[in-house]
Design a protein around this ligand. Structure first.
Ligand code: ZN
Length: 76
């Protein structure tokens, strides 16, 4: 499938690491199926996948693991 953003690259299915912010906390969901452009790197997620991600992060199941995230200020 041709990329709808750059119209140059081809889209392919990939499992990505998806970041969402929840109450000021960064939450990571791993192995999310997404369509990624080989040229511009644009990532798009199907609506049903996005709602499944929402259900996962808002749900009551505990995360599989926790990571520490360094935070930088741009240009500092
Ligand atoms: Zn593209």
């Amino acid at each position: 499938m041709k990329c709808d953003v750059c119209a140059v690259g081809e889209r392919h299915e990939e499992l990505i690491r998806y970041h969402v912010e929840l109450d000021g906390k960064l939450v990571v969901v791993e192995h999310v199926p997404a369509s990624v452009c080989s040229h511009c790197g644009e990532i798009s997620i199907a609506p049903q996948v996005a709602s499944s991600v929402q259900r996962t992060v808002w749900g009551t199941k505990p995360p599989v693991r926790a990571i520490e995230t360094p935070v930088y200020e741009f240009g500092a």
